[in-house]
Design a protein around this ligand. Structure first.
Ligand code: HEC
Ligand code: HEC
Ligand code: HEC
Ligand code: HEC
Ligand code: HEC
Ligand code: HEC
Length: 342
């Protein structure tokens, strides 16, 4: 092979020039891209589409949430408060918020508490991911958004969360609470399963595998498979997953909530009211508790105490069979602990 130094040098110079040009082009492109981040593009587009005046520059929107975090979702979701942008012709992220949940919007609760996602993020990819992961947050879409309701509601205390409520009931029905009792330390008498409230956010696939193929996540798992229970029952599986998602959510902190308003009554002895003949109670009070209503035939005092309610004895005034049910209360009344007089 012959060596032509002059020719090689020329070739090298052309190559270097090309490389320099490509580099300059790339830098320019990156600079241009950086100077116009996704949210700014979207704000421009929103102004053009809705003919909002151009000097109404919007910039980054920051909304403090009641959980002490910050949401910037409205930086891109610019039509959220606009009733005129609710129609099907409007595309995301410019759609107005569906009505019917307006009371939550009013209270400056924030967006990520309901929809999940990463509140501070300014790119849609990160903003729509579960915090700390690159997986799209399932709570962004129905029906999985129902998981969020547990932060401030007892499942079933308001309309709009039927699948969460069914999930809670399934949790009891399938005996999950025997091994995962959801009490103080997370471990009950059986000392079997981990506290599902300390799991943190997990993907639907992970949670589903825990139920269908427990050894997928833990090779030595002693948890029985629920493959046959959920076979051909996609609705039941979805309800269960929504309830499990809800358990992994962070605490809603000091947000205004409705789930503590039953606290005092939860630890009250039933006999405080049910003291009449065969445990009748009087007064204008009506139970709203799904459990007490749906299990009336098991819990009705008259079913066991045909005459008068016994005086406090070994049970210190708390009825022993009814007390056995107390282990179930925490599945919906998450805020109470077994120790608190129950
Ligand atoms: C950087 C801009 C941007 C930010 C920030 C942003 N989004 Fe979005 N969002 C979009 C765009 C664009 C779409 C439509 C395309 C898509 O679904 O990704 C969208 C769609 C959505 C949808 C509809 C998705 C669906 O599957 O139907 C929801 C819900 C949503 N965003 C919630 C949020 C929440 C909650 C936050 C804050 C945690 C947020 N977004 C932050 C740009 C953004
Ligand atoms: C961050 C706390 C929080 C979360 C999360 C939350 N709520 Fe609420 N919700 C409240 C509070 C507080 C009220 C009582 C509002 C009031 O009285 O003004 C309420 C009231 C309601 C009402 C009654 C509205 C009315 O006009 O009386 C419904 C229905 C409701 N919530 C449904 C839901 C559903 C469905 C979810 C889950 C998708 C949910 N909520 C999640 C805090 C929350
Ligand atoms: C016989 C006891 C038992 C029952 C019943 C049971 N589990 Fe488990 N579960 C376990 C054990 C033990 C583990 C931890 C895996 C291991 O180390 O073996 C586990 C793990 C899990 C995990 C994964 C936890 C993690 O850290 O990743 C989920 C989710 C779960 N269980 C949900 C359920 C649900 C929902 C039910 C009811 C349908 C249920 N379990 C019933 C014993 C049980
Ligand atoms: C604030 C008073 C009050 C408390 C506390 C209370 N109840 Fe009731 N309960 C009532 C009233 C009032 C009724 C309706 C009148 C009736 O059926 O006696 C009722 C009805 C019921 C019914 C339906 C009765 C039937 O046979 O149709 C059941 C079951 C029930 N209560 C169970 C309980 C249990 C279990 C507790 C304790 C965890 C409890 N209640 C605590 C006031 C109360
Ligand atoms: C499934 C049957 C059953 C039902 C339903 C039931 N009890 Fe009892 N209760 C018992 C038994 C058994 C005892 C213990 C033996 C005894 O003292 O009669 C008991 C004991 C009690 C005691 C005495 C506790 C102590 O200090 O020893 C009270 C008070 C009581 N029940 C109240 C109620 C009230 C109020 C209801 C309805 C809300 C109710 N029970 C429903 C079976 C039942
Ligand atoms: C499947 C979910 C679920 C379970 C499990 C459950 N509750 Fe409830 N409970 C509710 C709902 C929903 C309400 C209504 C809350 C509201 O309107 O603020 C409620 C309310 C209550 C109240 C307030 C008074 C009333 O009846 O409205 C008491 C007391 C109560 N529950 C006791 C219990 C006890 C004791 C247990 C366990 C033996 C229990 N609950 C288990 C869903 C549940």
């Amino acid at each position: 092979m012959s060596i032509d130094l002059a020719k090689d040098a020329r070739r090298l110079r052309v190559l270097l020039l090309l490389a320099a040009l490509v580099f300059a082009g790339l830098t320019g492109w990156i600079a241009l891209r950086e100077s116009r981040p996704e949210w700014e593009e979207l704000q421009g587009k929103f102004r053009r589409q809705t003919k909002t005046s151009a000097n109404q520059k919007q910039g980054i929107m920051q909304l403090p949430t009641c959980a002490g975090t910050v949401d910037r979702c409205t930086t891109c979701h610019l039509g959220i408060q606009r009733k005129d942008l609710g129609g099907p012709e409007i595309e995301q992220p410019f759609k107005g918020h569906p009505q019917g949940t307006a009371h939550h919007l009013k209270n400056r609760v924030g967006c990520s508490l309901f929809h999940g996602g990463t509140g501070r993020a300014l790119t849609s990819k990160v903003a729509h991911s579960m915090p700390g992961t690159s997986q799209k947050d399932p709570m962004l879409t129905q029906p999985f958004i129902q998981a969020s309701c547990i932060g401030c509601h007892v499942p079933g205390d308001q309309p709009g969360m039927p699948k969460l409520t069914e999930g809670a009931k399934l949790y009891l029905l399938l005996g999950c609470s025997i091994c995962h009792p959801l009490t103080g330390g997370g471990r009950g008498g059986w000392d079997y399963g981990p506290d599902l409230r300390s799991l943190g956010r997990k993907s639907l696939a992970y949670l589903e595998a825990s139920l269908i193929e427990p050894t997928a996540n833990f090779p030595q798992s002693t948890m029985p498979t629920f493959k046959h229970t959920f076979k051909g029952q996609p609705d039941h599986l979805e309800n269960m997953l929504i309830y499990l998602l809800s358990l992994g959510l962070p605490d809603a902190g000091n947000c205004p909530n409705r789930n503590r308003q039953n606290e005092a009554m939860l630890s009250e002895a039933c006999a405080n009211c049910h003291s009449g003949q065969s445990g009748q109670a009087c007064g204008r009070f009506e139970h709203r508790c799904l459990y007490l209503i749906e299990r009336k035939s098991e819990l009705s005092c008259a079913g066991c105490h045909q005459e008068s309610i016994p005086e406090p004895g070994l049970g210190q005034g708390l009825c022993p069979p009814i007390n056995q049910h107390r282990a179930n209360c925490v599945v919906c009344h998450l805020e109470i602990e077994k120790e608190a007089g129950l």
